[in-house]
Design a protein around this ligand. Structure first.
Ligand SMILES: Cc1ncc(COP(=O)(O)O)c(C=O)c1O
Length: 400
């Protein structure tokens, strides 16, 4: 199929929800992908923080192929060793004793919201408010959209479920004032990925957590984008010395095979009653085999440690870009970084120019270039991107 036909089919038949870049990606190898013309790109998008092992990772590919041959899917009405092996490993690695497996970030978050509501009913006999942050992104189902700070979308898709309220980003005073007695849970990311890789300050996070603990309010962290080693630790909450009651995972959890997870403490994770929640595909054999291998490679294969060091390297390299007056901010942790440009320069134009030079990046909120490569990215590949970006910056003349 030539590029025009590929593009026409998607534009004619796919519901018009995505704005797509002018390339069709056909295959991947290592940390690179290749388009329909055979052009190679070093991938700093990784399916948006998903393909943490890059492409064609030997052990991962073998584990997935083996499982395809053996058993792809079985109903959750039955036990299966591949699922049990995985949940043992995930619960042990995370320190959360309870888990529900699903297929995406939105589903993991729906599960967390339902779980919190069931917990409120069990403990308080009523529904309680879930407090979320301005600028948050938690997904596109009705409940997760409600938890997402996007007023325009709220308007279109109303009526939305009630029982949500929001606090101002990074504003502890505002947070405290919103933490009224009807609030039962706080639900937040530690770094707002879709909002332009916007991290919360340590003081805010630690302070918000302490306030929640002092009032018996559940602390739920959305680790869909930040989890699985992305920030240099297995989960981003570990940077803050806190222990949430519930976390959610997806994206990288199975290295590119659709999967999500909601993990909880024993007290919260046993709130659901039989039949309260479920999923046909959630935690199926193929996804569990893939996720098991991802976790094994991350923890036993030293990828986590290595990616933390490479993430630091990337952060140090990017810090130099502050010298350009049109770079407004450089932020992030580990292999999750954002470069915010001033409004006179379009991040999408930088994205296009980097693509022309053989690097894929994408634009997140607030005119920010987002870098979320595979955790297997090398320092040489980072150097290549940095040189290309420097070249583009040097030929950009704007006063901001
Ligand atoms: C923090 C966060 N939560 C939830 C989601 C939704 O995940 P999914 O697209 O798998 O439903 C995303 C997706 O970008 C995300 O970044």
């Amino acid at each position: 199929m030539n590029f025009k036909k590929i593009k026409d089919a998607a534009n004619v038949h796919y519901m018009p929800v995505f704005s797509r870049d002018e390339i069709s990606i056909e295959r991947g190898e290592g940390n690179c992908v290749y388009d329909s013309f055979g052009n190679k790109y070093v991938d700093f998008v990784a399916g948006i923080a998903t393909n943490i092992l890059g492409y064609g990772h030997k052990e991962y590919t073998e584990a997935v192929c083996e499982q395809v041959k053996k058993l792809m899917h079985i109903s959750n009405h039955y036990y299966s060793s591949v699922q049990s092996r995985y949940i043992n490993k995930l619960c042990e690695a995370s320190g959360f004793p309870r888990v529900f497996l699903c297929n995406s970030g939105a589903e993991a978050n729906e599960c967390a919201i339902k779980l919190a509501r069931r917990y409120f009913k069990n403990t308080h006999g009523k529904n309680m408010t879930i407090l979320t942050s301005e600028g948050a992104f938690h997904g596109r189902t009705l409940a997760t959209l409600t938890a997402t700070g996007n007023a325009a979308q709220h308007e279109v898709y109303s009526p939305l479920p009630d029982g949500f309220a929001s606090f101002k980003y990074n504003d502890l005073e505002d947070f405290q004032s919103k933490l009224t007695d009807d609030v039962g849970a706080v639900f937040m990311e530690t770094i707002q990925g879709e909002c332009g890789v916007r991290p919360f300050d340590n003081d805010f996070l630690v302070g918000a957590y302490a306030l929640c603990k002092s009032k018996g309010v559940l602390f739920i962290v959305d680790e869909v984008q930040t989890g699985m080693g992305r920030t240099g630790k297995l989960f981003s909450f570990e940077h803050f010395g806190i222990k949430p009651d519930v976390i959610t995972l997806a994206k990288a959890i199975a290295g590119g095979i659709p999967m999500g997870a909601c993990l909880a403490s024993e007290e919260v994770g046993t709130a659901f009653k039989l039949g309260d929640h479920g999923s046909t595909f959630g935690g199926n054999a193929l996804a569990c085999a893939a996720a098991n291998k991802v976790l094994e490679i991350l923890l036993d294969g030293e990828l986590l440690e290595r990616s933390a060091a490479v993430g630091e390297y990337l952060g140090n390299k990017l810090a130099h870009f502050r010298k350009y007056n049109f770079i407004k901010d450089v932020r992030g942790k580990g292999l999750m970084r954002g470069i915010q440009l001033c409004d006179k320069v379009a991040a999408s134009e930088f994205e296009r120019q980097l693509r022309e030079r053989g690097f894929l990046v994408n634009v997140a909120g607030n005119n920010t270039i987002r870098l979320v490569p595979p955790l297997t990215i090398t320092t040489e590949e980072i150097d290549g991107l940095v040189a290309a970006l420097d070249d583009i910056c040097a030929s950009t003349c704007v006063m901001c």
